[in-house]
Design a protein. Structure first.
Lengths: 324, 261
């Protein structure tokens, strides 16, 4: 059974359609990356799936329960860490997790035990009795995540859990998400960071202007818009010879300037030695060579015609680049 | 654990959080304790001879007369502060954390009101202690003090319900904070700080029908004279009416907030 099943989900705000007929399915034990720019409808979708907002159309089930008719059962099955960690700065970390345990009906002793365990898990033991207002952004996100886990939910919703965090804190959250998923928790992760979706998600849904424009595994989505290509920087005058040599290896892509040759390679990095040998045999001197893989941003551009916001903040997109 | 037990624990936990929040945020505790205490000191010190005015009801001292007014001011500001705190929770998204839990959502409102009622109880004890420390007598003794404490506690909950309704409806702390002057208008147009008999029109007529006057008199009577059945009944009806109004408006505002998200 799907952990999350959504059919034609809609939400309008006074005539503005924030979400327009979203269909998606998330399998149990999967990490689903919900990718889109600001205002695309990610948070509105999450708020409907977490029963914080009533849909104006369509239906959705989470952990087998309808989000409208069985909202309380849905809330008992999910953990939620919303955008901009909704924490009370006047509470201590320990107080917050214990309150969360009470909200989920755990006995006081069990709540205390789980709070201690979770604070240790997210490395906040030393700060547990400090007010949350004194925490750094990364500490607040870790606390928010710990609070969302106190009742050991089957499905975890993380709404932009790393937005605004430094790379170290972001990596810590990623590791925690991966560990949770390894333990069997289904994770619905919204993000505007391409690298985050690429690294973590088993499947990705790309939403733009309230509609899903693409869905699939990151690899399939990228493969769907083209093969990797090799980018060669050359001296002027050797372009024609290089094109002739490379045309025997793969399809030439339209040139971007007078010093660059782009050649599509079927097998990615495995084809690089063939390119190098062909150029060497032709006596062509190469300034630089890099393998460029299609990124999720390329998928996004191909599907929507524009780039995601905050592109590259989470790290480079050319993780497959090989400079020589 | 039954749903009722879980929700009762949630109300208690949220009430405790509300009290901690008030004591940890100076701008919330100051109007409840500091301002009414200062006003009581200034009025008692500066206008103490008002008790000699012709028509002033017989009292032991002006401080004894003013205690009910100070409690009334404190409980109304406690209710208002509770509303402000709830609106701050909505603004910073904390309410979403509560709404995402598998509990009755009205228990979130009840938790806040439990905290406000506890602050009302604290206010009643604080001003009774001040009165006793500075020589005021409680005419009806311990039973009279208990009546005053219960009325002040429930009245705080009632006012808190109206403030919570405004917070839930608007979701904006500044709007709830904007009700602050209205608290004083309501107080000065009641018998909180001055006997109705000495007021001039139209304030006198307004105070006569102001439900808060009934509550004030219900609290004051056991302090200055003794338990009066008619004052107690009128105060009970007034506080019950305001509490029902507050709870009804909160429930309606909560439904609105859940609908609009």
């Amino acid at each position: 059974m799907a952990a999350i099943a959504v059919e034609g989900l809609e939400r309008a705000f006074e005539g503005v359609h924030a979400v327009q007929g979203v269909d998606l399915e998330v399998g149990a034990g999967e990490i689903y990356g919900f990718l889109g720019p600001n205002g695309a409808g990610k948070t509105t979708t999450v708020r409907m799936l977490t029963t914080l907002l009533l849909p104006t159309g369509g239906r959705a089930t989470v952990a087998g329960h309808d989000v409208v008719d069985e909202a309380r059962q849905v809330r008992a099955s999910i953990g939620v860490a919303l955008q901009e960690a909704a924490l009370d700065p006047l509470m201590t970390g320990r107080e917050l997790i214990r309150l969360q345990a009470t909200l989920h009906g755990l006995p006081a002793a069990e709540g205390r035990r789980r709070a201690d365990r979770l604070l240790e898990r997210v490395d906040l033991v030393d700060a547990a009795d400090r007010r949350v207002g004194t925490y750094s952004g990364g500490m607040q996100r870790r606390l928010d995540l710990a609070a969302a886990l106190v009742h050991e939910p089957r499905v975890l919703f993380l709404d932009e859990p790393t937005t605004g965090l430094d790379p170290v804190s972001r990596k810590t959250i990623w590791e925690e998400v991966r560990a949770l998923n390894d333990a069997g928790t289904t994770v619905f992760l919204t993000t505007q960071y391409l690298e985050e979706a690429d690294r973590l998600a088993d499947n990705v849904g790309i939403i733009d202007r309230g509609r899903i424009v693409a869905e699939g595994t990151p690899a399939a989505l990228k493969a769907g818009i083209g093969r990797p290509h090799v980018r060669l920087q050359l001296e002027e005058g050797s372009i024609a010879a290089a094109e002739e040599a490379c045309a025997r290896i793969g399809r030439l892509l339209p040139p971007v300037d007078g010093k660059t040759v782009l050649v599509e390679v079927e097998r990615g990095a495995a084809d690089i030695p063939r390119v190098v040998r062909a150029l060497d045999e032709a006596g062509i001197e190469v300034g630089s060579l890099e393998l460029v893989r299609p990124s999720l941003d390329d998928v996004f551009v191909a599907k929507t015609g524009h780039h995601l916001e905050k592109q590259g903040e989470a790290g480079g997109e050319d993780e497959g680049a090989l400079a020589v | 654990m039954s749903a009722l037990t879980t929700n009762a624990r949630v109300v208690t936990a949220l009430g405790a959080r509300s009290i901690r929040q008030t004591f940890r945020r100076p701008q919330l505790i100051a109007p409840i304790v500091v301002f009414p205490t200062l006003l009581l000191a200034i009025q008692t010190g500066g206008a103490g001879s008002a008790v000699e005015l012709p028509g002033f009801p017989p009292v032991q001292s002006f401080l004894q007369f003013m205690l009910a007014g100070a409690m009334m001011q404190s409980l109304m500001l406690a209710g208002n502060s509770g509303g402000i705190a709830m609106a701050i929770d909505i603004e910073m998204g904390f309410t979403d954390r509560l709404f995402a839990a598998p509990i009755s959502r009205f228990s979130i409102v009840l938790g806040r009101l439990a905290g406000t009622a506890a602050l009302g109880l604290f206010s009643a004890l604080w001003f009774l202690a001040i009165g006793l420390a500075f020589g005021a007598e409680i005419a009806a003794g311990v039973p009279g003090a208990l009546i005053a404490i219960v009325l002040v506690t429930v009245a705080a909950l009632a006012i808190g319900g109206i403030a919570a309704a405004i917070a839930l409806r608007t979701g904006t702390a500044s709007v709830v904070q904007g009700m602050f002057p209205l608290v004083f208008v309501v107080l000065f147009l009641s018998s909180a700080f001055f006997p109705q008999e000495l007021m001039i029109e139209p304030a006198k007529t307004i105070a006569e029908y102001n439900p808060f006057s009934f509550i004030v008199e219900g609290v004051r009577e056991p302090i200055v004279a003794g338990v009066g059945a008619s004052e107690l009944l009128a105060a009970t009806l007034a506080v019950t009416g305001i509490a029902l109004l507050g709870l009804g408006l909160s429930a309606r505002a909560l439904r609105h907030r859940l609908r609009v998200g």
